[in-house]
Write a protein that binds this ligand. Sequence first.
Ligand SMILES: Nc1ncnc2c1ncn2[C@@H]1O[C@H](COP(=O)(O)OP(=O)(O)O)[C@@H](O)[C@H]1O
Ligand SMILES: [Mg+2]
Length: 412
Amino acid sequence: MHLSLSDKQREFVSNKSRFSGFVGGVRSGKSFAGTVKCIRHALRKRSVGAVVAPTYPMIRDVILPLWRLLLPKKAVKKFSQTQNKLWLRNGSVILFRSAEIPERLYGLTLDYFHLDEAAIVDRKTWDTLYSRIISTKGLGFITTTPNGHNWVWELVSNNILTSVFAKTLDNPLIDPEEVENAKKMLDPKFFRQQYEASFEAYLGQVYDDFCDTNIRPITPDATLPIYVCADFGWRNPTALLWAQQRPDGTVEFFDEIVESYMTPEMICAILKSEKVILPSGKRFQAKVAFDEIDGLVTGFEATQSRQESGGFAMVDQLRRNGIDRIRIVGGSIVRGIFLVRAKILSASNKQKLFLDPSLKRLIADFRGYHYPEGVIGKSSELPEKDGVHDHTMDAMRYLITMLDRDGGKWIV
Ligand SMILES: Nc1ncnc2c1ncn2[C@@H]1O[C@H](COP(=O)(O)OP(=O)(O)O)[C@@H](O)[C@H]1O
Ligand SMILES: [Mg+2]
């Protein structure tokens, strides 16, 4: 197949830097360029590469079709759909993975990786992939639309990534009229980010007042009420967060765990502060045991029966394992978000929500939790359930909603 790349794509594909980025507007040809770059590596010499996208459907619907389109058929030995693994005749192997469970990327040794739409995944995915290429002195490249001043912006602005910037219109296949129409309809900041690849600060961020001063060291204090809040999942991760409340209403988060495939038994062991080996292989022990906790706060989903546990609801399974004092929180999401925003920074400029600096996931989620694209101005819209940031954000919101309702007192 004859390939013709746009100027920006060519610049990115031929860039020899160890770490490179194609920062582009929507449909500027990012995924296409990233795929071409990978294929060149895979064909040039026997190598192991990983292609990572934020979710599995993005691998299936965006990445794999591009590989089918661009990789010469004669180069392919076989492809396993169950393993999402591709073997080439020259001995090269390519693994296709979603970033939903970064722990699954542990243990790989890679010659290169391609992270598509990097700006909407957690920095942990980058860190994990980076650790997989150290021993091979391998290459890493990302292709992404900017997403505020997040970790991608940091890497790009510190020149850790050698980057090419492409506007949507740099793809010759795009009809300029389409872009003109978008310009008329969208908020100017949003337009600049999505079509001109500009890193706009805090665009669409739900908790845009969250800043570094909301992060400070926190030591659990047994004299304060302590709560654990939870958003239960299975394939989607379960998020457990531990926090204490000061008499003035300040809420301090000091422990977190976010993991997929945790059984109710494992969750109970974690709550009891037993030492556990998580499905990802990591070890974890909660700082405070359930005996010292005023209660567990979660949402209505926990009362619904779950397929992966033979139809039992999570709350029943927790109770059966000795976890009582469970509080189910309902109420409107929009109101919950409003309450959280007021804790982050009140109208009188007081911060009443703090996170310990070790809570990497919670910090990244506060920064990354955002409204869906293209809905600027429609204030009733709910934040995006992007499968990345929403789990800790739901758990945290249950707690803040509950504390507001009770004025901080636990009602059994
Ligand atoms: N160099 C190219 N030659 C042919 N088609 C291209 C090229 N670059 C991009 N495209 C097509 O343009 C569309 C947008 O490209 P894509 O890489 O999916 O954009 P992005 O990832 O930036 O949203 C896709 O249909 C893709 O196949
Ligand atoms: Mg893409």
